[in-house]
Ligand binder design. Structure first.
Ligand code: UTP
Length: 296
């Protein structure tokens, strides 16, 4: 088995119900932060981490996602004719080499664990990354790259982790922890969406994972867990006494773009990080804060 992580799975077969009615016809992953769809942020992060093969687990109604990564010869020709080289360069980043990208269908939304299991034949017998594109992470060194480096030092199952307020534990997979090595912490238990009073800690799993093929074997059992879904967390937890599981405290700011509030926060934050937008947007924010205060 190779120890290099070169494949990433992008489970994008969920229904995206929190964004209805938009997600009736637009996949959540195509929704844009400023001018780039969520999926582009995920792909850029994967590329920076050395990923060479991109495996999408999709479902009905996600064809916009497949089109997004195709070349668009007529659009490219038109931009070329108009001498818009900067826009051509922007488009280039969205193109994927033939054979680098694969799509597999999850026929029913049976859970994140099931979605990852659907990709098993493409993953084979090697460690792989899982990226949930609705978790967007702003970081100096991209989060998955930080995790790949941690994996190279300590090959095991690694889940990205962050502290969350106690009252929010029921929205996450929560870790019970053992030896704490700073950014890497040994995991002794994992509980999916516990109530605050039952949560073993407030260290939550977010949407970046590096997993060993053993997790795919565990998923083979297709056990349902919290919410009646086949949970990825449960299959990873089985490796606590096997190949080991670590929580990785990444450096960076995570936005939950699967929720409306998180998506809006990310939009403001990514907008402010663009030099060409910053002054206008900041002025606008200051104005509305001022008006809001005056109205109170
Ligand atoms: P979410 O829990 O955010 O579900 O899934 P969702 O369907 O995308 O959104 P809501 O809650 O209805 O608004 C987390 C990730 O797991 C994928 C989703 O696409 C998302 O990337 N997923 C979830 C699947 O691919 N298949 C599933 O059966 C469930």
């Amino acid at each position: 088995m190779t120890n290099k992580v070169t494949k990433a799975v992008f489970p994008v077969a969920g229904l995206g119900t929190r964004f209805l009615p938009a997600t009736k016809s637009v996949p959540k992953e195509i929704m844009t932060l400023v001018d780039r769809p969520l999926i582009q942020y995920a792909i850029d992060e994967a590329r920076a981490a050395g990923i060479k093969e991109f495996i999408f687990v999709t479902s009905r109604g996600k064809s916009a996602l497949e089109d997004y990564f195709d070349h668009s010869p007529s659009l490219e020709a038109e931009l070329e004719r108009k001498g818009k080289t900067d826009l051509l360069k922007t488009l280039e980043d969205t193109n994927m080499d033939s054979g680098a990208i694969a799509y597999i269908r999850q026929h029913k939304p049976l859970g994140l664990g099931h979605a990852v299991w659907c990709a098993r034949r493409m993953i084979g017998n090697e460690p792989f990354a899982v990226i949930l594109p609705d978790d967007v992470i702003a970081a100096e060194k991209p989060c998955l790259q930080q995790m790949v480096e941690a994996y190279e030092e300590k090959p095991s199952n690694i889940v990205a982790a962050m502290e969350v307020p106690r009252e929010k534990t029921s929205s996450y997979g929560i870790l019970a922890t053992g030896a704490d090595h700073g950014n890497m912490v040994e995991v002794t238990g994992m509980v999916e969406k516990p109530k605050a009073e039952e949560a073993p800690s407030n260290l939550a799993v977010i949407g970046r994972y590096i997993l060993t093929p053993k997790v795919l074997e565990n998923l083979e059992q297709k056990q349902t867990g919290a919410g009646g879904e086949i949970q990825l967390t449960d299959a990873i937890a089985k490796e606590i006494d096997g190949e080991g599981v670590h929580g990785f405290r990444f450096q960076g700011q995570r936005f939950d773009c699967g929720s409306k509030a998180g998506f809006l926060q990310a939009t403001v934050s990514f907008g402010l990080s663009r030099p060409e937008l910053r002054d206008d947007l900041m002025g606008f924010i200051q104005d509305i804060v001022h008006m809001d205060k005056a109205a109170q």
